[in-house]
Design a binder for this molecule. Structure first.
Ligand SMILES: [Zn+2]
Ligand SMILES: [Zn+2]
Length: 165
């Protein structure tokens, strides 16, 4: 893969890897590389070469050449990965990885509904997290895990409550 990551236009480079619509993760990753750039500038070091940035099984994966454990760069990347693990890819809302059909993704309940509805046009039987073990944070209407509108909701996620699913 040619090195297309451009430190003069970090955001555009990140968007190319993660997709323009995934604003939540684009922001997290862009901030991470801006910090790395600043760190290198201050020390007059070369920027690390980015091999790959992608979403896999609902988590953010960032591969750079020659990453060494215990360095600022390595720990800053770890921080971004952790933050992405708790954030919707699309909007950055609090979120945990979900399975829509067989597709692993990290989306808040609103974006999971949107994605599931789209996917059901092609695969009418896909649901959210159909194989999940009993989970106290699972919506009883749609199967989303991680966001429950406590109160008069009947144990459903905020998106189901709002849509009356
Ligand atoms: Zn979202
Ligand atoms: Zn729901």
């Amino acid at each position: 893969m040619p090195n297309t990551f451009d430190y003069d236009d970090i955001r555009a480079s990140v968007e190319k890897c993660l997709g323009k619509d995934n604003l939540g993760w684009v922001r997290i990753t862009t901030e991470c590389f801006e910090a790395i750039k600043k760190h290198c500038d201050q020390r007059d070091e070369n920027y690390p070469r980015v091999a790959q940035i992608k979403q896999k099984f609902g988590s953010l994966r960032v591969y750079i050449d020659g990453a060494q454990e215990g360095t600022f760069i390595e720990s800053r990347l770890q921080k971004a990965v952790q933050e992405a693990g708790m954030s919707c890819e699309r909007c950055g809302n609090v979120s945990t990885p979900q399975v829509i059909g067989f597709w692993h993704t990290n989306l808040c309940c609103w974006h999971a509904h949107e994605a599931a509805a789209k996917r059901m046009q092609t695969f009418p039987k896909v649901g959210l997290n159909p194989r999940a073990k009993r989970n106290a944070l699972q919506c009883r209407s749609c199967g989303y895990i991680g966001q429950i509108a406590w109160g008069a909701s009947g144990h459903r996620c905020p998106a189901c409550v709002a849509k009356g699913w």
